[in-house]
Design a binder for this molecule. Structure first.
Ligand SMILES: [Ca+2]
Ligand SMILES: [Ca+2]
Ligand SMILES: [Ca+2]
Length: 212
């Protein structure tokens, strides 16, 4: 058993290397939590397009961040502290021009903005498009993907719509995922306790049958 595993391990490692797709390497540069959300700042060593960033976010158990309140916007702005001038977020109007939607996560499918820069949020929704240098979203050259902290639109943390390739300079993306609430942990612990209790009961029943 031990010998065969030792023989197998290098083979496994070799096959992982052999089948690894030859695209940019990404690193989780920073992690934080705020309320019920965990955020990871993931950075690619070369430019990464929105679709690939989205796939990687899902692959690590999250989604490109959906920024749905001023509190969340300011939190991410302060945390990022201008480390990157463009960071992909989960917004897109690729389905219908000017109809901006959060694409994945708990808000998947939520239409939060309609129109170009002179458009408006849908009732109860939040948006933080850039207004200083350019008015965003401006769909300049057909831009359908949301980015954060743009150096184009300003102010800090403001959003800009970019083309799929992010002008071939966008390297960073925010990955959001859920933090289990304390109540959820308690239920999980109680659940494990119940499994343990059931197992002990089964053992007892087994012993009883043995001596019956
Ligand atoms: Ca969010
Ligand atoms: Ca667009
Ligand atoms: Ca734009």
């Amino acid at each position: 058993m031990k010998t065969s595993f030792r023989t197998f391990l290098p083979l496994m490692a070799a096959s992982v290397i052999a089948t690894a797709p030859a695209h940019a390497a990404t690193t989780i540069e920073d992690t934080t939590t705020n309320g019920t959300s965990k955020y990871r700042l993931v950075v690619s060593d070369t430019a990464i397009n929105w679709n690939d960033a989205r796939a990687q976010a899902i692959n690590i158990g999250g989604y490109l961040a959906n920024i749905t309140s001023l509190v969340e916007q300011n939190f991410l702005k302060d945390w990022l502290a201008n480390r990157y001038s463009n960071v992909w977020i989960g917004a897109s109007d690729v389905g219908e021009e000017g109809k901006w939607i959060w694409m994945d996560g708990p808000e998947a499918g939520l239409n939060f903005w309609n129109g170009a820069a002179n458009g408006a949020t849908t009732p109860g929704s939040f948006a933080a498009w850039g207004t200083v240098r350019f008015s965003e979203p401006n769909n300049s050259g057909n831009e359908d993907y949301g980015s954060f902290n743009t150096s184009y639109g300003g102010p800090d943390g403001a959003w800009n719509d970019l083309q799929l390739n992010g002008n071939n300079v966008t390297r960073a993306f925010f990955v959001e995922s859920a933090v289990p609430e304390p109540g959820t942990w308690m239920l999980m612990i109680l659940g494990l306790g119940a499994v343990g209790f059931a197992m002990r009961r089964r053992q007892k029943v087994g012993v009883r049958f043995q001596f019956a």
